[in-house]
Ligand binder design. Structure first.
Ligand code: NDP
Length: 238
């Protein structure tokens, strides 16, 4: 069933995104490797191909309207449609020297983080939706974090990063409501605390473990949950 299905993963050149690409590739998806750096993207595509994954590169900077529009054209020309979009690309923003102390927060720090983690997701999603609507069972997965949970309030005080994921969760719910009467299923995922560049590799979970929930949400059945927030253990409180 998965032959000819295509998945675009943003920020797929390393970390959790690369592991999502591996995971979806292993179950038969053609993987569009969204990455902004030409060399890193080519290396990731090559590595996936050596692992037997049908992969192609898509130049993609989620903060650029032009780049995202060109990426949609690349996906359309190469695959004709899109079955899965995993909005994985994300940044923490600077955190040293109290850079994300809310009482002294530089609004440019907040803007930068929101531009990637929230506006980037909207930019990419809206550019890809026409291609997703051509698929029989389209799925969108937004890579969030339990640091965005207003109930849990986990992790250190990070006044740009944590609210960016709270807003990402909220926008996920808005998309799910708007698309409720369509076959497009949208959910948010929390990968757990994963050893990547993002965490200076000082975290207990592997990228593969972090990717698992995204792969699961990307392959939900047609009657699967919509507009939720999930990790490996089930529902994450908002
Ligand atoms: P990494 O820093 O290892 O990877 C981030 C990826 O996002 C890289 O491929 C990076 O590309 C890409 N990226 C960043 N900005 C852009 C941009 N403007 N356009 C395109 N790509 C971009 O992080 P992780 O793999 O750990 O994180 C992936 C996601 O998981 C993020 O959304 C993060 O918030 C989330 N997350 C991670 C957790 C963890 O413990 N690691 C915990 C909870 C959530 P480049 O190489 O070019 O910089």
């Amino acid at each position: 069933m998965n032959e000819n299905r295509t998945a675009l993963v943003t920020g797929a050149n390393k970390g959790i995104g690369f592991a999502v690409a591996q995971g979806l590739g292993a179950i038969g998806f053609t993987v569009a490797v969204g990455a902004r750096d030409d060399t890193r993207r080519a290396e990731a595509v090559a590595r996936l191909r050596t692992e037997g994954v049908d992969a192609f590169g898509v130049a993609l900077d989620v903060t650029s309207d032009d780049s995202v529009a060109a990426a949609a054209t690349t996906v359309e020309r190469t695959a004709g449609r899109l079955d899965v979009l995993v909005n994985n690309a994300g940044i923490s923003g600077p955190a040293d020297d109290g850079a994300q102390d809310p009482t002294t927060l530089d609004l440019d720090v907040l803007r930068t983080v929101l531009d990637t983690n929230v506006f980037g997701v909207i930019r990419v999603t809206n550019a890809m939706l026409p291609l997703l609507r051509r698929a029989p069972s389209p799925r969108i997965v937004n890579m969030s974090s339990n640091m965005g949970s207003l109930t849990l309030r986990t992790g250190p005080v990070l006044a740009a990063y944590a609210p960016s994921k709270t807003m990402l969760n909220s926008i996920t719910a808005q998309y799910a409501r708007r698309l409720a009467d369509t076959n497009v299923i949208v959910n948010a995922a929390c990968p757990g605390w994963v050893a990547t560049d993002f965490t200076n590799f000082a975290a207990p979970r592997t990228p593969e473990q972090g990717a698992a929930i995204a792969v699961r949400l990307a392959t939900l059945p047609d009657d699967g949950p919509r507009g939720g927030f999930f990790d490996d253990n089930g529902v994450v409180p908002w």
